[in-house]
Design a protein around this ligand. Structure first.
Ligand code: CO
Length: 210
């Protein structure tokens, strides 16, 4: 087996010396702690690296990634990240960023059984069912997949607002905005879906928690 992983360690040493050349205190300063303003919830897809596509540096963005950038209410990993980001780091913005050509979303549109992942994709299928009237009308499969990516992001923004973590922050007047974005892997551009939630009133009243 070719030891391709070795290049990662070589790159790391190169990166360290580059950073130190620019700022001898770079790591010392970062080691003091983090005060990121953003929580990023994105897809695990290797083509959508949060820091690279947003021009942010280490220390600027708290990141959670999973297949198809999902906010699943029983996911302890996501809830722990969300709780720490909102309650301790007090991030000001949460960004759910999907991407066109998302393998998870495309797989969720089909009926082929893949394996364990089917249980995860089921959450994405639920989104399809909520929006099936609009999605079924789009005959072109590629266009339907693109719209599905967008409505999936919108649902995840919604799902964030439904959590007690986000609603408690709003209740305590903590400034916290939730945004829905889609990254286009074809041209690198991020599209803001303009589905920003800033308070409990942005949710249907059945979800309001006193
Ligand atoms: Co994806």
């Amino acid at each position: 087996m070719k030891k391709s992983y070795k290049k990662l360690l070589i790159n790391n040493k190169k990166w360290v010396s580059e950073q130190l050349e620019l700022d001898p205190n770079y790591f010392e300063n970062l080691a003091h702690g983090q005060t990121p303003e953003y929580l990023w919830i994105g897809c695990s897809d290797s083509r959508v690296p949060a820091n690279t596509i947003t021009g942010t540096d280490p220390g600027e963005m708290f990141v959670h990634r999973n297949i198809a950038n999902m906010v699943v209410h029983s996911d302890m990993n996501m809830l722990s990240v969300l709780s720490y980001a909102v309650e301790v780091l007090k991030v000001k913005h949460i960004i759910v960023c999907g991407h066109y050509g998302c393998g998870g979303v495309i797989a969720a549109m089909g009926n082929k059984q893949i394996g364990l992942i089917d249980n995860w994709l089921r959450h994405i299928k639920d989104v399809y069912r909520y929006h099936h009237k609009e999605l079924d009308q789009i005959k072109d499969e590629k266009q339907r997949a693109r719209r599905f990516v967008e409505v999936n992001v919108m649902e995840q923004v919604h799902d964030l607002g439904k959590t007690s973590i986000v609603q408690n922050a709003w209740k305590h007047k903590q400034p916290l905005h939730i945004h829905g974005w889609v990254y286009d892997i074809n041209d690198g551009i991020i599209k803001d879906l303009d589905v920003t939630f800033t308070c409990t009133k942005d949710l249907h009243k059945v979800y309001h928690l006193d």
